[in-house]
Design a protein around this ligand. Structure first.
Ligand code: NAI
Length: 247
């Protein structure tokens, strides 16, 4: 129970990797604010299960790409929990298209959710983390930031930006007791990859030494480790969780 008494916020926590992060953190006794955008029922299911596991939990609606909605959500979380010690910037979208066909809107919408979203969340929470001299920021990047991917120039830019952001912010707040790290998952079995054509997933399996896609829990465990007291001297790092696809 390494995180007993701590409170976390997981953006996009109602399904997939975000959901797995909620349960991984709860496994260490950490309270969880589950952010969701549209699917209230799924978020409430996660909250009910977290409470069954004996931790404090509540769902909070917000489109994290919207600064005002994010600030309102943070205020609600403060009223409920009084603090956020751990932030998992998980919410993300794809709008895949080869670059020749990519519209400006597809480019911007991915940057807006995947980069401005974490900006909105972190800028609202960082001052109090620095004040308390303890904080953990964990950004969910992607293998696509490291390898590139056909049809994902917008997503690669956003996820690469997230790694650059992680390293810069880690330097700025290291002396204030706040660590900033990223995880870079390979292809993980979630709704996001369910939209990828089966032939493309077969290719991914062939390119992955372990010969399979990852599971959300396998990402959640790395996030839990980075959040834990045990990871106190780790900052500015990117942990790859990809079955060996990128080394
Ligand atoms: P998913 O599509 O199942 O989950 C994404 C979550 O983010 C959803 O709950 C969605 O509602 C939420 N979300 C999207 N836009 C939002 C917004 N504006 N405000 C609040 N919430 C919003 O996908 P998955 O796979 O669980 O992805 C989670 C994160 O992991 C994403 O950042 C994704 O880019 C990243 N990732 C996923 C990989 C995969 O293979 N599944 C690989 C590498 C990274």
């Amino acid at each position: 129970m390494d995180l007993q008494g701590k409170i976390s916020l997981v953006t996009g926590g109602s399904r997939g990797i975000g959901r797995a992060c909620c349960f991984a953190l709860a496994g260490e006794g950490c309270g969880v604010a589950v952010n969701y955008q549209h699917n209230k029922d799924a978020a409430e299911d996660v909250v009910a299960e977290l409470k069954n596991n004996g931790v404090e939990a509540r769902a909070f609606q917000a489109d994290i790409s919207d600064e005002e909605q994010t600030n309102v959500m943070i205020e609600q979380i403060m009223n409920e929990f009084d603090r956020v010690d751990i932030v998992v910037n998980n919410a993300g979208i794809t709008r895949d298209r080869s670059f020749l066909k990519m519209t400006r809107d597809q480019w911007h919408s991915v940057l807006l959710v995947n980069l401005d979203g974490p900006f909105n969340v972190i800028s609202a929470l960082l001052p109090q983390m620095c004040e308390r001299k303890w904080g953990r920021i964990i950004n969910i990047s992607s293998i696509v930031a490291q390898m590139g991917n056909f049809g994902q120039a917008n997503y690669a830019v956003a996820k690469g930006g997230m790694i650059a952001f992680t390293k810069s912010l880690a330097r700025e707040v290291a002396k204030k007791g706040v660590t900033v790290n990223a995880v870079a998952p390979g292809f993980i079995e979630t709704d996001m990859t369910a939209a990828v054509p089966e032939e493309a997933l077969d290719m991914v399996r062939k390119m992955t030494p372990m010969g399979r896609l990852g599971r959300p829990e396998e990402v959640g465990r790395a996030v839990r480790f980075l959040a834990a007291q045990e990871a106190s001297f780790i900052t500015g790092q990117v942990i790859n969780i990809n079955g060996g696809m990128y080394m």
